[in-house]
Design a protein. Structure first.
Length: 144
């Protein structure tokens, strides 16, 4: 039986995450990669999918299915970021770096698709044992 594209993509994501986790020195990044290495099996409940969808839609101000720096400017403030305050980074640089967080296993083009956003939260979700904790984390993080 032939494997689906989604299965192959997930296997690819898991492999890349495992390899990157072995080399990661930052503890938070290593944890994120280890979560991704567990695959999307962590997202099982429809409630989780709805929360991820709601968070993505909140970011995607234009409704075109892609989150860009321009979308983020309306919902994510960099004013309290120390690197912005010191003049070390511009608003655009900080927002671009923020978007790259969600593109680890996708195309790093400064545009986050729903699939990339879902892949990111699949890793996060797999590290959270209870749906209620995931729900609380998403609602607090995205003010849903």
């Amino acid at each position: 039986m032939s494997r689906s594209t989604d299965d192959r993509n997930e296997d690819n994501m898991i492999l890349k995450a495992r390899l990157a986790a072995a080399k990661a020195t930052d503890p938070v990044e290593k944890f994120r990669l280890l979560c991704l290495a567990r695959g999307t099996s962590g997202i099982s409940g429809i409630g989780k999918l709805k929360l991820i969808d709601a968070a993505f839609k909140k970011l995607d101000k234009t409704g075109d299915g892609v989150v860009t720096v321009d979308d983020l400017k309306n919902v994510y403030s960099v004013r309290s970021n120390p690197k912005f305050q010191s003049g070390e980074q511009t608003e655009g640089e900080i927002l671009t770096k923020f978007l790259k967080t969600f593109e680890e296993n996708g195309t790093r083009d400064g545009k986050v698709t729903f699939d990339e956003f879902m892949d990111y939260y699949a890793g996060v979700s797999s590290s959270i044992d209870h749906d209620a904790h995931f729900d609380l984390m998403m609602r607090n993080a995205w003010k849903l």
